[in-house]
Write a new protein. Structure first.
Length: 357
């Protein structure tokens, strides 16, 4: 596997200096020896980020991030599209990414041949602000990358290496698939938690509040979280969330019908099946183990590496690392991909299918 330590220190620009942006800065400075410049519209936030050590240099204008190799946009949801466009304009040679939890509108709204590649770290905390940032926030966390079919391979490789370098597990996925999965695993559960709280409050009526048990606390931990943030997320992923809610309502109706039947055996079987499904879902993730190297010569055409990465992603195969090297004639290049050993044969077949004339 290539030695990430041999890479030159990256110049990182941060657009937004809250918990996530600040944690990116701390991790990049500590682990990649990066030089980090940061912009935030609030001068007090810029000052706190400097004091916290999240950035080397505070800038007062987005244009001052022009020399960056990587720009991470960590702005509020409603400002992401505008900030991404600004970053792409001032730094056309940088890879520009963001940390928003919805991707479809941003990816599809980016201009053709844009240097923007969407991303989303599955990491955070119940506190906000750069004062709570920490360098280990992304350790072993899945960090989704959502390139488009025409994304430049060199930019995808740069972003992939950066994300891995700050401790996360880069995982390529299509933008629409990302939003569908986020609706299922994050956004709809937040809506359901809100509904559970409302249902319990109505059931209580004017009675004294009883002792709340662990089931209610666990199921509603995220209820009412950060209203401005979540209003923006619900708005940005409305279509996928509504579809997910329709599916949830249908499942609740099935559960109601099951519970209305006489006898405990069907309910016990249902409870057991759901328990098995939960354990299987929680077991899904990146695990350690041996990797196989796949090395191919690819034509020098836009999107070929992104196509390979998205093809493997759709097959459930994650690229743990990648490396690109141009050939002397610059008409082709060599791409090396590292995947889990047990996925290697399937990955080879898929790559060769993509590269077939």
């Amino acid at each position: 596997m290539p030695d990430a330590g041999a890479e030159p220190s990256p110049r990182v620009g941060l657009l937004g200096l809250g918990l996530i942006g600040g944690s990116v800065g701390l991790a990049a400075r500590e682990r990649l020896n990066a030089h980090v410049s940061g912009f935030d519209p609030d001068p007090d936030v810029r000052a706190r980020a400097l004091e916290r050590g999240a950035i080397d240099h505070a800038v007062e204008d987005v244009g001052d991030l022009a020399g960056s190799d990587i720009i991470v946009v960590a702005a509020p949801v409603q400002a992401l599209a505008e900030r991404i466009a600004e970053a792409c304009a001032v730094a056309p040679d940088a890879v520009v990414t963001d940390v928003g939890s919805t991707k479809r509108a941003l990816v599809e709204g980016a201009p053709k041949d844009s240097n923007y590649i969407g991303s989303h770290p599955l990491a955070g905390a119940e506190v906000a602000g750069v004062e709570h940032a920490r360098a280990n926030l992304f350790d072993n966390a899945t960090w989704y990358l959502t390139p488009r079919a025409d994304s430049e391979g060199i930019l995808l490789e740069r972003l992939h290496r950066f994300v891995a370098g700050i401790g996360a597990v880069p995982t390529v996925i299509g933008h629409a698939e990302h939003d569908r999965l986020m609706a299922a695993f994050s956004h709809v559960p937040h809506v359901v938690a809100n509904a559970l709280v409302a249902q319990a409050a109505r059931a209580l009526g004017d009675e004294a509040i009883p002792v709340v048990g662990p089931s209610f606390r666990d199921a509603t931990r995220v209820a009412g979280a950060n209203p401005p943030l979540w209003a923006g997320i619900y708005d940005a992923n409305r279509e996928a969330i509504l579809t997910g809610l329709d599916d949830t309502i249908a499942l609740l109706q099935e559960a109601r019908a099951l519970l209305a039947t006489a006898g405990t055996e069907p309910v016990e079987a249902w409870q057991r099946e759901i328990g098995d499904q939960r354990r299987a879902l929680l077991d899904v993730g990146m695990t350690g183990g041996a990797l196989s190297e796949l090395r191919y010569v690819v034509p020098n055409r836009p999107g070929v590496v992104a196509d390979l990465a998205l093809t493997l992603s759709r097959a459930g195969i994650n690229i743990h690392d990648m490396s690109l090297s141009p050939q002397p004639d610059f008409r082709s290049g060599e791409v090396a991909l590292w995947v889990a050993d047990d996925h290697a044969d399937r990955a080879r077949a898929l790559v060769e299918e993509v590269l077939a004339p």
